[in-house]
Design a protein around this ligand. Structure first.
Ligand code: SF4
Length: 367
């Protein structure tokens, strides 16, 4: 059945400073958090809050909103106040919105120094305002908007260029005694991104926000992010993650949570262990697995449910799981905690598994 303790981590976690993004600790020994970004016009307060509520319900822990205009900046106080999770203001180009966001009660501000001209002159004021309000800053370097000086020096957005840019901006804050910082160095190529974060991880102790930027549509973006985050998190690098998909942000959160669950960095929720099916399958495994998944969607309970197509690995996997079915001969043997509790006709497999899962959830004290 489900292990009651977390699996042993893959590598010792990199030692990073801890910062607080609102009430969510990032870095140190805090669990890796999942964040996303709204796609609404921030100034449209109702739509933005609605989307934040959906993100929160799907397991998002920190949300970022874009602040490209004065109207957006003016919407920040109410959004920061009414959001259930900490709100980070994402600011390019305009330092004045940084001050607005800090005043508005945002939990953090993301700045992209490559996109703020004359940023260097403003750092002391930003550092003071942020320190006064206890607001951390994310230095968010992006391959697509690298500081022109570094682009010239390196010719393109290499890992070294991304890291040098980030650490240079950090040094400007450090000059003013400000170290309440987290960093991202995003690139659309997972290989460049992995190398950039490795380099950065070795050079500083700031908490790191992982992201593959412009990762692409859902399928490609999911895989790029899973591979890149998986490589880094398995080395103990990464304190908060954002999956970027050209898809609704709720999808980003689901992918982010699944990545953490896969690595044992987050308590596993519902897990369907289903076989890929093969020439031996005696039921339609795809449909069965989909139906079981759909029927149990939203059940917040760490259950492992095995859906197996035949008797080769079926009984073994079904026995290891909390609950499972091994199919054969138009019937399903239903296992609960290793025991066959009944055998049902194929047409009743899905409803029986759902029924048993709900019963187990109730026993575990979950609604
Ligand atoms: Fe094939 Fe049976 Fe294994 Fe499924 S459990 S992949 S049907 S051998």
């Amino acid at each position: 059945g489900i292990p009651t303790v977390r699996p042993k981590p893959l590598a010792e976690r990199r030692h990073s400073r801890q910062i607080m993004v609102g009430n969510v600790p990032v870095g140190g020994d805090a669990p890796v958090s999942v964040q996303s970004m709204t796609t609404t016009v921030t100034a449209d307060v109702n739509s933005t809050l609605q989307q934040i509520a959906e993100l929160t319900a799907s397991g998002c822990q920190i949300v970022r909103v874009a602040v490209p205009s004065q109207d957006d900046a003016e919407a920040l106080p109410i959004i920061a106040k009414k959001s259930q999770i900490p709100v980070i203001a994402d600011i390019h180009f305009q330092p004045k919105y940084v001050f607005a966001a800090i005043e508005a009660g945002c939990a953090a501000v993301r700045v992209n120094p490559g996109n703020i001209k004359k940023f260097d002159d403003k750092v002391s004021e930003i550092a003071r305002a942020a320190a006064d309000h206890g607001v951390p800053i994310r230095i968010g370097v992006n391959a697509g908007s690298l500081d022109p000086r570094l682009l010239q020096k390196y010719g393109k957005a290499t890992p070294e260029a991304l890291v040098e840019s980030a650490l240079w901006e950090c040094s400007l804050f450090e000059e003013h005694g400000f170290r309440d910082i987290k960093i991202s160095v995003k690139h659309n190529d997972p290989v460049v991104m992995i190398n950039a974060y490795r380099l950065l991880a070795a050079k500083c102790d700031y908490p790191l926000h992982l992201g593959v930027t412009e990762a692409g549509p859902a399928f490609q973006g999911t895989i790029k992010s899973a591979v890149a985050f998986g490589a880094l998190l398995a080395e103990g690098i990464g304190d908060t993650i954002r999956v970027s998909l050209s898809a609704p942000p709720v999808e980003e959160v689901k992918v982010g949570n699944q990545i953490l669950e896969s690595l044992g960095l987050r308590e596993r929720g519902l897990e369907i262990v289903s076989c890929p099916s093969c020439g031996r399958a005696q039921v339609d495994v795809y449909t069965l697995a989909d139906q079981v998944q759909a029927g149990l969607e939203g059940l917040k309970v760490p259950l492992r449910v095995a859906v197996m197509g035949c008797v080769v690995n079926g009984p073994g996997e079904a026995r290891e799981a909390d609950l499972g079915v091994a199919s054969g001969n138009g019937k399903g043997q239903i296992f609960v905690k290793g025991e066959v509790i009944k055998t049902v006709p194929e047409s009743q497999i899905v409803e029986t598994l759902i029924e048993e899962a709900l019963r187990l959830a109730e026993e575990m004290g979950v609604e």
